[in-house]
Design a protein around this ligand. Structure first.
Ligand code: FDA
Length: 395
């Protein structure tokens, strides 16, 4: 019997985390093989950031991540920072710009980041094998055996970088969670995050006609709040502020939205009433929020007509529904459109320095598969790079 093809490191998953880890480990002299069932590597990078890839964030820090163990990410983020990745992008002559809030995007296309990671793998001698079905992973005395549709492979170190459940259409699976459970590691219940909210029938009827309206808002869930753009959709709510808060939201929870965060609407409407008593309340409110939304807010609060005819109590009710609109989303659009999966491999079972499973030497988990989830804004890719680097320095 011939011995199975052997590598120092086999990486499962050719997404951002797996490709980056492969390049770094290869440059350390390790023989590296990356396996993926997809036809092309880095598909999520290619479709990210509206096709321009928001590849990191200038302000990356532990506060930009959710996890049951919030301090877990500190070590990896310190060892490979946003500035390290920017330096790599610069070495590859990829032009970039800061869009807003420290978010860095390619000037050209996200494909440049995929090409850069592939070039790093090629330069480091790390091989990428695509369209490969992985059917089993087992521990052996010398490391691990990986059974694929094309045969059996062996390695000393196995890095699982198969991501989370978001966007099954482009190949997302729960494979990492299955491997973790097989080896006795904990898995924090995965859930769709950075995802639009959906409305029930009554909410949809109440907000009919608002699809496409965008507004700068503050959205709060419990003690967490985000001030960014909010967008009404045909199904419910989206936009950066909603995607951000969705990562903190649990089914049944109420959220509070301030549709005019820079205005005390009650005070402003009272002033308007004194100055222009004949003005329609919808027109007065439309000074602070888009007209279509102002019309809906007035209809919802049942406050219409000339300002002079509206009591303080009615104006206050309208202001409340604008500055403190409380609602309970029916749900989210789920993994079909979620940018990330929150939850994942329980970090208590991993070393924060190396991403190695504490109880299974040689087994590593990196990237989105791990229970570390970034805010919107380039943080999830930075986690892919930082966690990939941590594993690559050790595997
Ligand atoms: P990723 O999911 O990228 O890679 C996993 C790989 O494993 C895939 O290639 C998959 O085919 C493979 N795989 C899965 N199961 C397998 C199996 N059973 N067998 C073999 N292979 C398997 N983040 C950010 O910071 N900035 C941004 O601009 C965006 N934009 C964005 C847009 C959209 C539409 C989405 C869906 C997501 C983003 N993100 C983002 C999030 C970001 O893309 C994500 O967090 C990282 O790509 C995660 O990288 P990983 O390598 O961990 O997983």
């Amino acid at each position: 019997m011939t011995a199975p093809e052997h590598h120092d490191v086999i990486i499962l998953g050719a997404g951002g985390a797996g490709l980056f880890c492969a390049g770094v480990a290869g440059r350390r002299g390790r023989s590296v093989l990356v396996l993926d069932h997809a036809k092309t590597p880095g598909e999520k990078i290619r479709i990210s950031g509206g096709g321009r890839c928001n590849f990191t964030n200038l302000h990356t820090g532990p506060a930009n991540f959710l996890s049951e163990n919030p301090s877990f990410c500190i070590s990896a983020l310190k060892r490979y920072t946003q500035h390290d990745f920017i330096a790599l992008v610069d070495r590859h002559n990829i032009a970039w710009h800061e869009k807003t809030l420290g978010q860095l995007f390619c000037d050209g296309s996200a494909q440049q980041i995929v090409d850069m990671l592939r070039a790093e793998c090629a330069a480091a001698g790390a091989a990428i094998r695509l369209e490969t079905k992985i059917t089993a992973v087992e521990k052996t005395e010398a490391g691990f055996r990986v059974t694929t549709g094309e045969g059996t492979l062996a390695c000393k170190n196995l890095v699982v970088a198969t991501g989370g459940l978001s966007i099954p259409k482009i190949g997302a699976t729960g494979f990492a969670y299955d491997v973790a459970r097989q080896f006795g590691l904990g898995v924090v219940a995965p859930r769709a995050a950075l995802v639009p909210f959906t409305f029930d029938g009554a909410q949809k009827a109440e907000l009919d006609g608002l699809a496409g309206v965008a507004v700068d808002a503050t959205v709060a869930c419990g003690k967490t709040r985000f001030a960014e753009a909010l967008l009404f959709t045909h199904k419910g709510l989206s936009g950066p502020a909603i995607l951000q808060i969705s990562s903190y939201w649990r089914p049944g929870q109420e959220i509070a939205i301030d549709l005019a965060p820079h205005t005390d609407v009650f005070a402003a409407l009272k002033e308007a009433r004194a100055a222009h008593p004949k003005q329609e309340v919808e027109t007065a409110l439309a000074r602070f929020i888009p007209k279509r939304l102002a019309d809906r807010c007035c209809a919802r609060a049942e406050v219409t007509g000339r300002l002079a005819d509206i009591s303080d109590a009615r104006l206050r009710a309208l202001a409340e529904s604008t500055n403190r609109w409380r609602l309970t989303p029916a749900g989210t659009e789920g993994y079909r459109t979620a940018e990330v999966t929150a939850g994942g491999i329980d970090t208590r079972d991993l070393s924060s320095k190396t991403m190695e499973a504490r109880a299974v030497p040689g087994l590593y988990f990196i990237g989105e598969a791990v229970d570390v989830t970034g805010h919107l804004g380039g943080f999830n890719f930075q986690w892919a790079w930082s966690s990939g680097y941590a594993a690559a320095r050790h595997a």
